[in-house]
Ligand binder design. Sequence first.
Ligand code: AMP
Length: 284
Amino acid sequence: MQRIYTVAEMQTQSDTWRGAGLRLGLVPTMGFLHEGHLSLVDHSLKVADRTVVSIFVNPLQFGPKEDFAIYPRDMERDLGLLTRRGVDAVFHPQPAEFYPLDFSTFVEVQDLTEGLCGAFRPGHFRGVTTVVAKLFTAVRPHLAVFGQKDYQQSAVIRRLVRDLHLGLHIEVAPTIREADGLAMSSRNINLSDDERQRASALYQALTMGKERIERGERHAAGLVADLRAHIAREFTDRIDYISIVHPDTLEEIAAITGPVVIALAVRLANVRLIDNIAAIPPEK
Ligand code: AMP
């Protein structure tokens, strides 16, 4: 497995592969890898000829009071996992090259970034779309794989690629969960044992919501109130949002008459957890 540190070196390698007619897949990550990340890697290994995984804790997507400093990191372990999986290259952007002191160009997707996490993390998606645009420029992949776990992020990145004609495929892979349903996340390590146990309430709430929609519940506000009460009772009352939204526009829905996504974000101490589930109401 190659390790690549500079944009020039990455672009040269990409040109070589492209010149040989090979299809390149990119899996962007912030490291501290778990089975969720590795499922994206496996997907890329299956559909592409060469797979590049980027590992970069992107300072631009963290707010000043967020968890950049305590974001977990373990490069040696990550490299072992990726080598065993058969990844071709790991790209390690260097902060000084990616964000020189006079860095002044940002990529911003509007509308889709206003609600859900965007409302609680000002500047977060601007940081995400800027770094992803830079990663795409460095790696020049034919396809990039993202996780459904970050539902809004995947929608925003699809829009970025469409609006700027970036000419690559975005593939979204399903959320991988722990045995009790908690979505895998690098941030789960920052939960105490007790918090970790109670965190299964998030998936319980989502599945409860999905089942009620599938049984014909149409009134979003009432359903959201019940899910909120469950999470507040079992886990945390610091709920940024629980929303029932349109799968494409991410607009909040009042009467559930077609496919929706139930999305949520909660906080505990320094940890912020997000999750979501898709639900389709019965035909009338
Ligand atoms: P991160 O390292 O948290 O920035 O995540 C890198 C990529 O992995 C993103 O596309 C995430 O959506 C995806 N991802 C994170 N957790 C999971 C999970 N539990 N299941 C599937 N994909 C995930």
